[in-house]
Design a protein around this ligand. Sequence first.
Ligand code: KIV
Ligand code: NA
Length: 272
Amino acid sequence: SGRISADAIRRRKGGVPIVSLTAYTYPVARLLDPHVDLLLVGDSVAMVLHGHTTTLGASLEMMIAHGQAVMRGSTRACVVVDMPAGSYETSTAEAVASARRIVEETGCQAVKLEGGVDMAGQIAAIVASGIPVMGHIGLQPQSVEKDGGYKIKGRTEDNVATLFRDAEAVEKAGAFSVVIEGTVESVAADLTRAVAIPTIGIGASRDCDGQILVIDDMVGLTVDRVPKFVKEYAHLRDVVSDAAARYAAEVRDRAFPGPDHVFAATPDKDNV
Ligand code: KIV
Ligand code: NA
């Protein structure tokens, strides 16, 4: 395909920052595709579009359905689909089978999974099967219950050592890039210098090799709490609720539908 490959992303280490956003639907993929290098069908879809309280609500079927929609809506971006919790942790065989299903049913360029040293076997096995893998270290939302909440990483010496071990394990296992989430700025910058694969930051550092945000957060459509690391480039919450208020008023006033929105008995060039 004419798409940006996972390997092309890998080669961008230290270059122009890799522009990434999440996408879950066909129309949003259409709108973002000209502007980004990488679209992630994140398991955040379970929270953002389906209203679950954590990403643990994502299923393989859900990820595949949204992955298909994003592939239909894009032609050039590298599309990466998240492996949902419960689809890869137990064994390398399970991880390879799930990754293969995602790639075969969506046509995406790569998969992403959370974990460092503990998931190196899974990453290596999926890569060996011919599927590129993006890692995800630092704050790992699939572990939020185990961790007792969303905790920023890299604030203790112990934690910093774990982050370096995880980054190096993910790189050594053959990942083409790695997301660093919710990690102390200076630590994320040091991690970026420590590995030869691009780091994609979210709540991390401007020194990362790329950045990613959740699309609904970036356009100000998120109705629940918005994390500190988000910058809202638009305020679509207001656009949507203003439109709904005007529509409601016009329906109640019988101002909508107007003459342009109804059909005459005889078709003409403006009224088919
Ligand atoms: O699911 C997601 O949206 C993610 C990104 C925030 C990195 O994993
Ligand atoms: Na995710």
